[in-house]
Design a protein around this ligand. Structure first.
Ligand code: URA
Ligand code: CA
Length: 434
């Protein structure tokens, strides 16, 4: 087989075979196929698209390019959740103990990553003593015992995707549905999931700004998952404004505790119940989505969900008393209130700008080497549709820096206050399960 012939075949719109796709992915991972040929192929794929079968073959070839996590020692159907990313997305911290309280095994591998705040792993580290490194035996044992454990990413997962993603980044080929879908799904499948619930976000703060694009990506990922033998569904949710009220690491842990206690912000609460019901249903712990939702509401009300969070924290060495007393979480030296300049209604909160404001405080990583300040971030006092009066607080800044003038400026730019009560976007645009 020759790479040049494969490039020509795809350039001309023909379908590649499994053997050809395996040849490409193996050769590229092993540095036998050079970047210039892979770039040409990525551009051909960008224009010619891929069939359902090609997408599954590409995904599985990337899964097989590196280590695969073996969760077979864990009893039950392991359902993983993935979000395409947004601002203030605290859902994993809530969903993991919430569904585990219904005996859905949560064996979660999570990243740190670059972003406006840290990843789930960073957030958990704001709990004193919490250990994010566990060997696989301890990890499996904890999941069997408590139905929940979360570890930091380790091992050499999907090296083909890592290499291809970096190449796409510099060859204007990131924005291709088959390439994005196979990239995301390869990582989920290599992490050992039996079933996958995807939260595909759309709106100004999301990777997919446009609803139609988000739907297409969701459908592509669901097809790949099911084609690879993993029961997969996708929820499409709104990311035009930040989710919940808190953006920051310790601040989001507190928000997760509030939500598990049934006192969370309504959008975050609702999204967790929506995603959680799908997880419980896929894990065969309910006969219908409606029943799954009822069961989740029950464990929130009865306190079982928050108890599960305590058990989880204690089992990984963390100080579980923060759950009853979140003031034990790291707190910032200064709280500065940002006030509304006029009366009216909040008509828009540009999620990306709020995220940038949080990262300016040190809540997120700008580079892999950055050190996160777990205590800092933002708490929104007003969301889209809320009435405000001049001088009322719209956002509270939690900062360890004395000078936050630029952050205040950023927040003021992100908020629009108008005369008319705006039409508030729906939170859930749909569920795709083909
Ligand atoms: N996120 C990924 O993991 N891969 C992509 O290709 C795009 C977003
Ligand atoms: Ca939040």
């Amino acid at each position: 087989m020759r790479m040049v012939d494969i490039i020509a075949k795809k350039r001309d719109g023909k379908e590649l075979s499994k053997e050809e796709i395996d040849f490409i992915v193996t050769g590229y991972t092993n540095d036998e196929i050079p970047d210039y040929q892979m770039s040409a192929l990525a551009m051909a794929l960008y224009f010619q698209d891929m069939t359902k079968e090609e997408r599954v073959h590409l995904t599985m070839a990337m899964v097989e390019s590196g280590d695969q996590i073996d969760l077979s020692d864990i009893e039950g159907i392991k359902v993983d959740k993935h979000s395409t990313g947004g601002v203030g997305d605290t859902t994993t911290l809530i969903l993991a103990p919430l569904v585990a309280a219904l005996d859905v095994p949560v064996a979660k591998m999570s990243g740190r990553g670059l972003g406006h705040t840290g990843g789930t792993i960073d957030k958990l580290e704001s709990i004193e003593g919490f250990q994010v490194e566990l060997n696989s035996q301890t990890f499996n044992q904890l999941v069997n015992q408590n139905k929940i454990a979360v570890v930091g990413q380790s091992g050499n997962l999907t090296p083909a995707d890592k290499k291809l993603y970096s190449l796409r980044d510099v060859t204007a080929t990131v924005n291709s549905i088959p390439l994005i879908a196979s990239s995301i799904m390869s990582k989920k499948i290599a992490s050992g999931a039996d079933a996958i619930v995807l939260d595909v976000k759309t709106g100004s703060g999301a990777f997919m700004k446009d609803l139609e694009d988000a739907k297409a990506l969701a459908k592509a990922m669901v097809e790949i998952g099911n084609g690879a033998g993993r029961n997969t569904i996708a929820v499409i949710s709104d990311m035009n404004q930040p989710l919940g009220m808190a953006i920051g690491n310790a601040l989001e842990v507190k928000e997760a505790i509030d939500t598990l206690n049934g006192n969370g912000p309504s959008d975050l609460h609702e999204l967790c119940l929506t995603l959680g019901s799908q997880m419980v249903y896929l894990a065969n712990k309910a006969d219908s989505i409606d029943q799954a939702r009822m069961l989740l509401e029950e464990v929130m009300e009865s306190g079982k969900a928050i108890e599960k969070f305590k058990t989880f924290v204690a089992s990984q060495g963390g100080n579980a008393s923060v759950v009853d007393d979140p003031s034990k979480l790291p707190t910032a030296a200064n709280q500065i209130e940002v006030k509304a300049k006029r009366d009216g209604y909040v008509t828009e909160i540009v999620a990306d700008e709020i995220g940038i404001a949080a990262s300016m405080l040190g809540a997120g990583r700008m580079t892999k080497e950055s050190i996160i300040d777990l205590a800092v971030g933002l708490v929104l006092n007003k969301k889209v549709g809320d009435a405000v009066q001049e001088g009322e607080t719209i956002v509270t800044i939690h900062s360890n820096q004395a000078d936050v003038a630029e952050v205040i400026e950023k927040i003021k730019q992100a908020y629009t206050i108008g005369d008319q009560l705006p039409v508030v976007n729906e939170l859930i645009y749909g569920v795709i399960d083909q």
